[in-house]
Design a protein around this ligand. Sequence first.
Ligand SMILES: [Zn+2]
Length: 75
Amino acid sequence: MQSMSGAHCLICQSPVEPGALSFWGEVICGDCEAEIMELAVDQPEYAEVIKTFRLLWQNQFIALQNHHTMESDNY
Ligand SMILES: [Zn+2]
């Protein structure tokens, strides 16, 4: 786990300013955001990015479900 003080871009791992585009605590720098926007769907890079996001979304979804289940058990 990374510390909250040093957020790094999910894609290029470079340090990201606070307030950058973020997804559930994962951040993406402006350069990568622009790159994603410019990528064509049939480019290999696009598939890689989508794969990364899918994994992230999947993990987050599972985490949310687990969290929800645990909370429900407490009531
Ligand atoms: Zn980046």
